[in-house]
Ligand binder design. Structure first.
Ligand SMILES: Cc1cc2nc3c(=O)[nH]c(=O)nc-3n(C[C@H](O)[C@H](O)[C@H](O)COP(=O)(O)OP(=O)(O)OC[C@H]3O[C@@H](n4cnc5c(N)ncnc54)[C@H](O)[C@@H]3O)c2cc1C
Length: 388
């Protein structure tokens, strides 16, 4: 999107982080339980995010954005997640779509879409997963058939974040279902809703509540050929995985946020709660938990910084982003569980935030490539980078 280091200084970043901190404390924190427990979309909070410019964080200043680096963006995401992870999801696919259009879009697509995305006139959505294909993206079944200057889409998508209130959808399809290898027949379209584009309903889920995850279907949905990302068929798989490095850094940054929030709550509670005449933070078994939690937070944070730093310098960072995503998401899960134990029975209560961290954390182990696949990819890279 931009050479961020040249346009966005440390002072700028601190100002943005301070403004977000104030907003989170004043407008978001008091509302989280209500929206999360009722699974209700926080329209007013999302509107505030638009007005604060959060939809334009990584977009280039010439497109109306702030030109923030991936490193600074990761810190923003961690901060937001410490208060409520679902809000990070509102802008993640939106930022990834900007990266995809900036990297692979035609000049006309960049000029048309990037300013509208940066200003939040459009809200970006990524539609890759299908009911029968998630990890194995080359197994998708949505077909786009050419018909004159248009394509006709048929098929369905699953688990699409921002699918109901978003407005610009990157839809992965097969334009040549018989291609071998399959990825050569895949094409990504930039779609807006119209006849035959159906939002089939909000899926009920364990955590990551309030933010909508939906099933979509296309029944003879027509789209102009100039909506193919990059203008040419056959590059969709390459384009779709092109946004994953940033996606993984973002998921890892959320992992740090949950891991840190759980740790902070546990540290506070362990000083307030007394058993056997002393605060529980003085019991060695609790101290071991706190120490392990703090160590996981710092290790995760450093892995995210390393991956994001490489991303910002334009260096290859697939392995580093994968490691950060793997470790930070597992840390979030461990810290949420351990914080629940530190809280005893109260950790199980809806009165405290711990139960939400415990429900939100597992998603980080699934999204942007499951942790099983991360391990496979990390090992492959390790071997490739160290040939005998
Ligand atoms: C709340 C939520 C929001 C989401 N948002 C989006 C979104 O906005 N856009 C979008 O496109 N998708 C989204 N997803 C989908 C998500 O990316 C997929 O769920 C994920 O990629 C896993 O795919 P799957 O669910 O089909 O699992 P599967 O691919 O069926 O995997 C099942 C299990 O098998 C393992 N496995 C599969 N293949 C291998 C292998 N080769 N080696 C080892 N293990 C393997 C997996 O790790 C997993 O444990 C979202 C999912 C959720 C739950």
């Amino acid at each position: 999107m931009t050479d961020a280091a040249e346009t966005f200084s440390d002072d700028d970043e601190n100002q943005v982080l301070d403004a977000i901190r104030v907003w989170l404390d004043k407008e978001v924190r008091p509302e989280v339980k209500h929206f999360d427990h009722d699974d209700e979309y926080p329209h007013e909070i999302v509107q505030q995010m638009k007005e604060m410019g959060l939809f334009g964080l990584m977009y280039a200043p010439e497109d109306g954005g702030l030109g923030m680096s991936a490193s600074a963006y990761a810190r923003v995401i961690t901060l937001i997640t410490e208060t409520w992870m679902s809000l990070a999801g509102v802008i993640n696919t939106h930022m990834m779509l900007g990266v995809l259009i900036g990297r692979f879009g035609t000049d006309a697509q960049k000029a048309h879409f990037l300013p509208k995305l940066a200003s939040a006139e459009l809200h970006g959505v990524l539609c890759l997963t299908e009911p029968d294909a998630g990890t194995d993206l080359q197994g998708i079944k949505t077909v786009a058939k050419k018909d004159g200057d248009q394509y006709v889409l048929n098929g369905s998508k699953m688990w699409i974040t921002n699918g109901m209130y978003g407005s610009l959808y990157a839809v992965l399809t097969k334009t040549d279902p018989s291609a071998t290898p399959a990825h050569k027949g895949m094409t990504l379209f930039l779609a807006e809703r119209g006849p035959g584009f159906n939002v089939d309903g909000k899926l009920k889920k364990l955590g990551y509540r309030a933010l909508e995850s939906v099933a979509l279907s296309f029944s003879d949905f027509r789209i102009d050929a100039d909506r193919i990302l990059g203008g040419e068929e056959g590059h969709g798989f390459h384009h779709a995985v092109g946004g994953l490095e940033l996606g993984r850094i973002n998921v890892a940054a959320r992992g740090v946020g949950i891991a840190r929030a759980a740790m902070n709550d546990a540290v506070r509670y362990s000083q307030e709660r007394t058993t056997f005449g002393k605060p529980i933070c003085e019991h060695q078994s609790i101290q071991i938990k706190l120490a392990d939690m703090a160590t996981r937070v710092e290790a995760s944070r450093l892995l995210v910084e390393q991956a994001a730093g490489k991303y910002d310098r334009g260096e290859r960072c697939d392995m580093e982003a994968g490691m950060a995503k793997l470790f930070a998401s597992e840390s979030a899960l461990s810290n949420a569980t351990e914080a629940m134990r530190v809280h005893g029975g109260y950790g199980y209560s809806e009165e405290f935030d711990i139960e939400r961290y415990y429900r939100d954390a597992p998603l980080m182990c699934i999204g942007e490539g499951t942790n099983e696949i991360q391990r496979v990819l990390i090992a492959r890279q390790l071997v490739k980078r160290n040939p005998v």
